[in-house]
Design a protein around this ligand. Structure first.
Ligand SMILES: Nc1ncnc2c1ncn2[C@@H]1O[C@H](CSCC[C@H]([NH3+])C(=O)O)[C@@H](O)[C@H]1O
Length: 366
């Protein structure tokens, strides 16, 4: 191939690529303009109890059955259902009835996650993130990024998220239930694919364990382990009566952590800046034996190289934005950033294991 011909070809390829990118941008920009719509419609579906109604019906449900059960206006509900079905939240089947052919709705893997008491329910997490309390700080995100910017949550609500929760128990309960959605998802994955972290333990303390969901799963799957759920006093006071083979202890992880063979700490360190993180980790290290003790950190590890992360791990980047909006100095960390806080807290070594979850398992050894 001649030099001029090759140049022309690569010029043509470049123009082609730019045209495709332009066409894609024309589509993609709408995703950002109306990004909130999907969350809002799913929230509406949860509030109406659409998934529950279809589940209780036990067979495909027509629009008229669904509207009369939920006391909805059929034409509005029809539009909501059309939107959800296009996004594979609910599926349709056609069934023959006395009046001819009827379109009916059935559950999909996504809609099952919208069942309040479903095994993989993510309802509470969606209700938390779409609550007024959690949405308001997003309006202050750009201010947060400025030099001398203010933490967005504190600016809107006058105090940080944990102090706010201590005096707004309804919101605190929503946080606890939302976190439990993820704990119920991740801990079984760990028991399945990473059971070595629980090997040889007789006691395990979950630091910032919320309503004890994680330790509930551990107590059930590894009954020889005495599981302790440790959290702030207002959390423990609200959730302790629900214990299921788990001991509940109230306290402040910045002061000290109850002693155990190992510490479990999930989705807590990302709420804090490096200095606070190091303090929490030092207290965790003091709570475990020097020999065979371990701290099991369950957190996202942000991939530094673009394009290397899978779709689930990509959720970590969204969580990083959530931390920016909802906490004072919290962030998702790269491997290097994890190494820094773990080493600064005095641990001698650590390992990272990817699991089938947004988070990885980071094992820190004293
Ligand atoms: N100073 C503190 N001492 C103990 N727990 C705290 C403190 N500050 C915040 N927390 C708790 O940290 C938790 C963070 S949310 C994570 C909950 C749980 N580990 C899960 O992944 O499902 C909340 O339950 C807070 O109440």
């Amino acid at each position: 191939m001649g030099e001029i011909h090759r140049e022309k070809l690569s010029q043509w390829e470049k123009e082609q690529e730019e045209e495709e990118e332009e066409a894609q941008a024309q589509i993609d920009i709408w995703k950002y303009i109306f990004g909130f719509v999907e969350q809002a419609v799913v929230k509406c579906a949860i509030e109406l109890g659409i998934a529950e109604a279809i589940e209780a019906h036990g067979k495909p449900m027509t629009l008229s059955e669904l509207s009369s059960t939920l006391r909805c206006d059929p034409s509005y509900l029809n539009r909501i259902m059309r939107f959800l079905v296009r996004r594979k939240i609910f599926k349709t089947t056609t069934s023959t009835t006395n009046h001819g052919c009827d379109l009916s709705y059935v559950q999909s893997p996504l809609s099952r996650r919208l069942l309040r008491n479903g095994e993989h329910s993510m309802t509470a997490l969606l209700m938390l993130e779409s609550s007024h309390v959690m949405l308001a700080p997003w309006h202050g995100l750009s201010d947060r990024v400025l030099v001398d910017g203010n933490p967005s949550f504190k600016k809107v609500h006058g105090e940080d998220v944990w102090d706010y929760a201590a005096t707004n128990l309804e919101h605190s309960n929503l946080i606890n239930e939302a976190m439990a959605c993820d704990a119920n998802l991740v801990v079984p994955v760990m028991v399945e694919g990473c059971s070595e972290v629980f090997e040889g333990l007789t006691t395990l303390v979950d630091v910032g364990g919320g309503n004890g969901a994680a330790m509930g799963v551990v107590a059930k799957s590894c009954p020889w382990i005495k599981a302790i759920n440790f959290d702030l006093p207002h959390v423990i006071a609200a959730v302790a009566p629900k214990c299921n083979g788990v001991e509940f202890v109230a306290g402040d992880m910045f002061a000290s952590v109850p002693k155990a063979d190992a510490v479990f700490i999930k989705w807590v360190l990302h709420d804090w800046g490096d200095e606070e993180c190091i303090q929490i980790l030092k207290n965790c290290r003091e709570a475990i034996p020097k020999e065979n003790g371990r701290v099991i950190i369950v957190e996202a590890v942000i991939e530094e190289e673009e394009g290397k992360h899978d779709k689930l791990k990509d959720v970590g980047l969204m969580l990083d934005m959530v931390m920016m909006a909802h906490t004072n100095f919290g962030k998702e960390r790269t491997l290097k950033e994890w190494e820094y806080v773990i080493k600064m807290a005095g641990f001698s070594t650590f390992t990272v294991k990817a699991i089938n979850a947004v988070q990885s398992v980071i094992l820190a050894l004293p």
